[in-house]
Design a protein around this ligand. Structure first.
Ligand code: FES
Ligand SMILES: [Fe+2]
Length: 349
């Protein structure tokens, strides 16, 4: 699927970056191939319009914020958060038809969320956020040379721990993936699984548990199309909720922004250790995911890849997204020559 060529994907909310990233001025971002500019309006709320001035096409992100509106750096035309031009410094009147496309933009969980179209659903819910006894740790916001589908599938893949994460929590002596259950939801699914983890010294510092191995109970929620909330709980009562905003920049790149919500304290586990551990784990994934093909087939009849039984959650993501496309009158767009046009042999199970 070429994510930039499927219009229905524009109808979901995507987490782009921490609010703090807008403190210094306007910021450019590319979402699903669309260049946008983000800034803070007069109320401190995030705003988003197309990053192209409708005068001579200069990027508005090269401009500046003027009383909560975005001013173009080239001739000073100024636009409000609805995209309406409110000032042309060189003349007294502003014809009302002068505007740039504006997008829905909101703050949630201390992050900036944008939807490029009419939203089909809301921003993913994180029940633990703001709950008494829980703290929030902003972990990172990084650009990866990787297709979004690769990272989504990886998030639900129990079969890679013993290999990709052999240097952290994976146990190479136990390559058999833990069993799992999937519960379908209207806008995604919930996957439950319990996984043994090697409690490496760095992990011990974040779990506050001095044992060689422990069990991690996962409840992972897939929010269609590309958000993941993973609730990890441990025998000592620790709950670590990972909120992963996996946002498609274009077909080949993604912005991966992550924060966690935990029911412990800084004295029990320093935030720096928690961040360092999660960065270690995701960096292990990144090495592989950024080298995999970026045009991922939703249609399982495509001959590009073979599958195994343990791939079930990822295949479920593909099936549901293909169904979404069909519901909205779209067919899967792929690189030339790759689209499945008729019956083909099924890839092996
Ligand atoms: S290009 Fe933006 S004001 Fe002229
Ligand atoms: Fe992983």
């Amino acid at each position: 699927m070429l994510v930039t060529q499927q219009p229905v994907l524009r109808r979901f909310w995507y987490g782009l970056m921490p609010m703090g990233d807008l403190a210094a001025g306007p910021k450019a971002f590319t979402l699903l191939g669309e260049n946008i500019v983000l800034w803070l309006d007069a109320d401190g709320k995030p705003a988003a319009v197309q990053d192209r001035c409708c005068h001579r096409t200069a990027p508005l992100s090269m401009g500046f914020v003027d009383k909560g509106a975005i001013a173009c750096g080239y001739h000073g035309w100024t636009f409000d958060r609805d995209g309406k031009c409110i000032r042309i410094p060189q003349q007294a009147n502003v014809p009302p038809r002068i505007r740039v496309p504006a997008y829905r933009c909101e703050e949630r969980y201390g992050h900036v969320w944008v939807c490029l179209g009419e939203p089909l659903t809301g921003i993913p819910e994180v029940p633990e956020f703001g709950r008494p006894g829980y703290r929030v740790i902003d972990e990172f916001s990084d650009t990866w040379d990787c297709n979004v589908m690769r990272l989504i599938e990886n998030a639900f893949d129990n079969a890679h721990f013993s290999y990709v994460h052999a240097a952290s929590f994976g146990n190479q002596a136990q390559p058999e993936p833990a069993s799992l259950t999937i519960t379908q939801k209207e806008w995604g699914f919930v996957m439950d699984t319990v996984v043994p983890v090697r409690n490496d010294e760095r992990l011990k510092a974040t779990l506050n548990m001095d044992v060689a191995e422990t069990m991690r109970t996962y409840q992972k929620t897939w929010w269609m199309p590309f958000s993941v909330m993973m609730r990890l709980s441990y025998p000592n009562g620790l709950v670590h909720v990972i909120c992963a905003m996996i946002t498609p920049i274009d077909d080949k790149r993604l912005q991966f922004t992550q924060f966690v919500v935990r029911n412990d304290t800084e004295a029990e586990a320093p935030a720096a250790s928690v961040i360092a551990w999660d960065k270690q784990v995701t960096s292990e994934d990144r090495i592989f995911l950024s080298r995999c093909d970026w045009d991922v087939a939703l249609d399982l009849r495509a001959p590009d890849e073979f599958h195994m039984a343990a791939d079930r959650p990822g295949l479920e993501v593909r099936r549901r997204l293909l169904e979404l496309l069909r519901q909205h009158g779209e067919t899967e767009v792929r690189l030339p020559g790759r689209a499945v046009s008729g019956p083909q042999s099924m890839a092996a199970e």
